[in-house]
Design a binder for this molecule. Structure first.
Ligand code: CDP
Ligand code: CDP
Length: 224
């Protein structure tokens, strides 16, 4: 198998990208790179520093002063911001509500993409995000566009939040997901869209294992 093989998994919120990407990476012994976690870490830092999230230049300045480290530890991806563990914090609702705005700035994206390409250079890797197949790694050998109905995606988030004992409403989650999908797909620079050469997988009625198996099958087909 190609030492530099890359798998790009893009799609809207709650489609199962990170869960599936992690499983595929584990099964194939690839590096897993959660690019959304990087945008979330910057958003968390910007909120903590009370920076205007509409100010792309200021956000870029903050990013230039900040290290973001993704670390695969015991089958879990930990996220460190200036070496402080922010794995939990970056999943908070206020981060989720503002991350698409932060990620819409071209100045921010250019630097993030640079960092993501550098991380991916280390070897075989699975990256998940919104613009991996279209922009970050247009030459990735395997590209997947993972979708599911908005109802199913909201239901998954709802179950996740219930399990964590968080207060939430299914209707609110559906609105939040639809709002974020809209922002991510309509931004001017590197929006969320299916790459022409990506294979679309609708996971509405598929389990995590079934989606992972389909992706591994694609890898086998392409590397035969
Ligand atoms: O896991 P979830 O679908 O909630 O989102 P995520 O993958 O953690 O990404 C959070 C946000 O970061 C997305 O809604 C996008 O606004 C942004 N993002 C992006 O613009 N480009 C990427 N490659 C990854 C994430
Ligand atoms: O990364 P993304 O936002 O695309 O989705 P995720 O965070 O990987 O998945 C959202 C939730 O849906 C997780 O709790 C997964 O366990 C669940 N899921 C599922 O129930 N069935 C799938 N086929 C994929 C994910």
């Amino acid at each position: 198998m190609d030492e530099k093989l890359k798998i790009a998994i893009d799609g809207p919120a709650g489609a199962g990208k990170s869960t599936v990407a992690k499983l595929v990476a584990e099964q194939l012994s690839f590096l897993y790179i959660d690019t959304g976690a990087m945008y979330r870490a910057l958003t968390w830092a910007a909120i903590a520093a009370q920076i205007d999230l509409n100010d792309g230049e200021r956000l870029r300045q903050l990013l230039d002063e900040t290290t973001i480290r993704l670390s695969n530890e015991d089958n879990k991806l930990n996220v460190y911001l200036n070496e402080a563990d922010v794995t939990q914090q970056i999943r908070q609702n206020d981060v989720t509500a503002h991350v698409s705005l932060v990620a819409s700035h071209e100045l921010v994206r250019k630097e993030m993409v640079e960092r993501q390409r550098q991380l991916a250079q280390q070897g075989r890797a699975v990256l998940d995000g919104r613009d991996i197949g279209t922009y970050v790694l247009p030459d990735a050998q395997i590209k997947v566009f993972l979708t599911a109905s908005v109802e199913e995606r909201a239901r998954r988030r709802f179950e996740e939040q219930q399990a964590k004992g968080m207060e939430s409403s299914l209707e609110q989650l559906k609105e939040e997901i639809a709002r974020r999908d809209n922002l991510d797909s309509t931004r001017a620079f590197a929006p969320l869209k299916k790459a022409d050469d990506a294979v679309e997988i609708d996971s509405t009625n598929l389990s995590i294992e079934e989606v992972a198996a389909k992706i591994i099958e694609l890898v086998k087909e392409r590397t035969r």
